[in-house]
Write a protein that binds this ligand. Structure first.
Ligand SMILES: [Zn+2]
Length: 161
């Protein structure tokens, strides 16, 4: 797998670009088939944030290769926590906020994207070992469920990359 750093990353029309004005600033992007991660070079001077973002991106690769039973188990956990606001990263948070009840009921693309981002954000939170970050808004009692879920996953040594 290759990891690149580029300045001023932005997401513009579904593409990751470096520099320029259009689109929204982003920290990183992953290209699963090319096995490539691009990170914003500004992260190089923020080690803890770099690790959080890099872990999130690495878990995009893990999610892609998880077996169905494990994914379904994450789906069940996330479904059980839908009634509460908050997440463990902005990427999952904005997707959670834009979910409609039909999304989880019929497993729409929006729901699947939320599942993937909440998995990656939760992994980054779990492995960071940090309790505080402005983007950690999930209530403490719900964090416990996610911590146990990841602890079990590691116990079963199921981390396909
Ligand atoms: Zn992501």
């Amino acid at each position: 797998m290759r990891i690149h750093f580029e300045p001023q990353l932005r997401a513009a029309r579904g593409k990751l670009v470096s520099g320029g004005k259009p689109g929204l600033p982003v920290h990183a992007g992953s290209f699963i088939r090319e096995r490539k991660i691009i990170l914003d070079s500004e992260l190089l001077v923020h080690a803890p944030e770099l690790m959080r973002i890099l872990t999130h991106e690495l878990f995009h690769f893990v999610w892609r290769r998880l077996d169905n039973a494990t994914r379904q188990s994450w789906d069940a956990l996330a479904r059980g926590q839908l009634g509460w606001p908050g997440e463990l990263g902005w990427s999952a948070e904005w997707r959670k906020q834009s979910l409609k009840s039909a999304d989880s009921a019929s497993g729409t693309r929006r729901w699947r994207e939320y599942l993937c981002e909440s998995f990656c954000d939760s992994a980054a939170w779990y492995f960071s070992g940090r309790q505080r970050h402005p983007e950690y808004t999930l209530p403490t009692k719900l964090r416990r469920g996610r911590r146990q879920w990841f602890a079990r996953l590691l116990l079963e040594r199921k981390l396909p990359l």
